[in-house]
Design a binder for this molecule. Structure first.
Ligand code: T3D
Length: 262
């Protein structure tokens, strides 16, 4: 492999993962999926010490989805169901299952599976110049990588259907005002703000943040009764954590807590 299509670096318990095919707006190839899987394996490796993931893209785009140059010619030769089964679906599942927050810093256009990859994160910040595009219908496909799950839950059925059917690009500002993402920041502040946020989260009670993440993931489908039971079970486990003991001690000692993620 000539150049790495995924960059990985870590500091202060934050793993930064950068999609790195800037000339192609970081469109996904099969190799790139493999490198991203390897990066996520580093995050979860025993003793990695990582407590937050920051996902972003190199260059002027975040991610343009599947690399279509790998789909030219006789389209019937490619089994897209298999690609989803083996590459995109495991990626979305892995991000949602990580026991720590995933921050996505959308630095430019997020299109196709690239848009839905961003939506799989826990907190999405976007540069003011960034945009989101459910590009699929333009090439005769439907949203995948969780798009039909995330979109209606985040912005409602009416907007979700229109975005998917019209394949209209929306600005970061529009995405934030609809509740598709958390917030928009000035382009030159994106990485500083996203890094500061990730570093902050990496100092917080990681087990509690993981419980929050998984509870919100589950609440998309659960009844209130199921959610109350889940909260009971998760809270019971958190009550045994060092960070809970530390949080209560710090409260009474009137000092900032020193959470270790244990
Ligand atoms: O296939 C399966 O396995 C099923 C899974 C599917 C998942 C999917 O994601 S399907 C959707 C695939 N993505 C798209 O349809 C988006 C295609 N790209 C675009 O529509 C536009 O590029 C953008 C709206 C994203 C950005 O437009 P613009 O004008 O800012 O940039 P550009 O000039 O179109 O692109 C810059 C370069 O990136 C250009 O290369 P070149 O001509 O300079 O050599 C362009 O071809 C390349 N590029 C952009 N997107 C892709 C791509 N190359 C390959 N695949 C892409 N998806």
């Amino acid at each position: 492999m000539s150049e790495q299509s995924i960059l990985y670096d870590s500091a202060d318990a934050v793993a930064r993962i950068t999609l790195n095919r800037p000339d192609k707006l970081n469109a996904f190839t099969a190799d790139m999926h493999g490198e991203l899987r390897a990066a996520l394996a580093k995050v979860t490796a025993a003793g990695s010490g990582i407590r937050c993931v920051l996902l972003t893209g190199a260059g002027r785009g975040f991610c343009a989805g599947q690399d279509l140059s790998q789909r030219r010619g006789d389209a019937s030769l490619a089994d897209l169901g298999q690609t989803l089964d083996t590459l995109y679906n495991p990626l979305i599942r892995a991000l949602r299952a990580l026991d720590m927050p995933v921050i996505c810093a959308v630095n430019g256009i997020a299109a196709g599976a690239g848009a839905n990859l961003a939506l799989a994160a826990d907190i999405v910040l976007a540069a003011r110049s960034a945009s989101f595009l459910q590009a699929f219908a333009k090439i005769g496909l439907m949203p995948d990588s969780g798009g039909t799950y995330f979109l209606p839950r985040l912005i409602g059925d009416a907007r979700a259907r229109a975005l998917a059917m019209l394949a209209e690009r929306i600005s970061a500002e529009q995405a934030a005002s609809w509740g598709l993402i958390w917030k928009v920041v000035d382009d030159d502040k994106l990485m500083d703000d996203a890094t500061a946020l990730a570093k902050h989260l990496a100092t917080q009670p990681t087990k509690a943040l993981a419980a929050i993440k998984h509870a919100f993931n589950a609440s998309q489908d659960n009844t209130l009764d199921q959610q109350l039971d889940l909260e009971r079970d998760r809270q019971r486990a958190l009550g045994q954590s060092n960070d809970y003991r530390e949080g209560v001690a710090a409260f009474f000692e009137k000092r900032p807590p020193n959470f270790t993620g244990s």
